[in-house]
Design a protein around this ligand. Structure first.
Ligand code: ZN
Length: 416
């Protein structure tokens, strides 16, 4: 099963590729897209999905939301990285470079000396969108040689976010502009391109690693584990309970966009399903009180070389279970009551649960859980798979925990 996770990682260099893959897998199982600008009807209640840019929301068994509420698993499709700016072509001496913008909070040093590809989507003049992935590595951000930076190992690497991150991708002998290259990638002429979005990605494939093959290493483990696990649980479930996955873009930059968890998309989909089922506004609001949400995003496993960064009683280990994340200041939405469906599902699925709470002297991260809970008033619990190297271009997790997350979410969807 873990191999399907590796396939998912390799197929999804951008949030839009995640949405494309999830959409194709849903359709292969008979679940059809409902266009966001189309009326929802009773035909759409049994199953369906909507897409808005890098966000996708899919559901099953929405006929009985009014009576039973709905169980939702939320995750995020985006990852921190380097996006290509408009008019990116720059020439320094005889090097041809691209201007990039930092997206979210990547570990910048991890992007050096990597064989980088470029992936994204192009919107054509007729409004259609075409995804692309460069078939081979095309760019690299070379680190300065130690002979020219003698103190780097002792004083640490300091990267200037503007000057030190531009990849090289050609010499002046090459005259093709970025947009001309882009047009080639989608087999069109530059004049037919209305707009585009492109980002760098590591071309090294996801891999199993370790003496006993216990680890997965890849880009975008945060948060493709949760996207893959949520989708797998939804597709595998034969329960007739209402269930939904909401995979949001823009988490890494704070979720405040029309497609992000801070936008109205989930709320609108829930209300439209409810009204397609004939419920009144007050029945819809009541259904939210009967609903529950799992916000699935990765957690920090304890690092053997930096044990002091965790509080010892709440330090998760890789391959020892799914983590429940708690924060008294509500950076995570978990409450003693909201965790109960997950505790019950874990016991049914035979999955171990671990706990994470941050040290008082280290700021706690956050994710979509508290945003969903605040917007919709749905009881929410924050959970996730423990990993190392979060926000590195090459992250690491266990091989057991992702599989456990699928089992846990499967039970969560199926049981009351
Ligand atoms: Zn994340």
């Amino acid at each position: 099963m873990i191999n399907t996770f590796l396939e998912h990682l390799d197929a999804c260099p951008t949030a839009h590729h995640v949405v494309d893959r999830v959409s194709a897998l849903l359709q292969s199982r008979g679940i059809s897209q409902v266009h966001v600008d189309a009326e929802f009807s009773t035909d759409h209640l049994e199953c369906g999905f909507v897409i808005n840019g890098g966000t996708i929301i899919a559901w099953k068994n929405a006929q009985s939301i009014a009576k039973q509420g709905i169980r939702i698993v939320g995750a995020h499709t985006d990852s921190p990285g380097l996006h290509i700016k408009p008019n990116p072509d720059t020439r320094t001496l005889n090097w041809h470079q691209l201007q990039v913008e930092v997206y979210g909070g990547p570990l910048l040093n991890s992007w050096l000396d990597r064989d980088l590809g470029i992936a994204g989507h192009v919107v054509l003049q007729d409004g259609s969108t075409v995804l692309f992935v460069s078939p081979q590595p095309v760019a690299r951000i070379p680190q300065l040689a130690i002979h020219l930076d003698r103190e780097v190992n002792d004083k640490g690497l300091i990267l200037h976010r503007h000057h030190h991150l531009s990849p090289i991708w050609a010499t002046t002998d090459s005259s093709a502009s970025f947009e001309a290259w882009l047009a080639q990638q989608v087999s069109t002429s530059a004049s037919r391109i209305a707009s585009w979005s492109a980002q760098l990605f590591d071309t090294q494939k996801a891999q199993i690693l370790g003496r006993d093959s216990e680890f997965v290493v890849s880009s975008r483990i945060d948060n493709q584990i949760s996207c893959w696990a949520a989708l797998s649980a939804l597709l595998n479930s034969d329960s007739d309970r209402p269930m939904m996955i909401a995979l949001f873009d823009h988490e890494e930059i704070g979720s405040q966009s029309s497609q992000g968890a801070g936008g109205p998309m989930l709320e609108h989909v829930l209300e439209r399903l409810s009204s397609a089922g004939g419920s009144s506004r007050s029945e819809y609001l009541l259904s939210l009180q009967r609903s529950h949400c799992v916000s699935a995003d990765n957690a920090h496993a304890v690092h053997p070389n930096y044990v002091d960064r965790h509080e010892p009683n709440n330090a998760p280990f890789v391959n020892e279970g799914v983590v429940v994340k708690t924060n008294a200041s509500q950076r995570y939405a978990t409450s003693p009551k909201s965790v109960v469906p997950i505790v019950r599902a874990a016991s049914e699925a035979g999955v171990n649960l671990q706990s994470f709470a941050s040290r008082n002297n280290i700021a706690c991260g956050s994710t979509i859980g508290p945003i969903t809970a605040t917007r919709l008033g749905i009881e929410t619990v924050d959970i996730g798979v423990p990993q190392l190297s979060m926000h590195s271009i090459r992250e690491m997790c266990g091989t057991q925990d992702p599989v456990d997350l699928v089992s846990l979410l499967g039970e969560y969807f199926s049981r009351s």
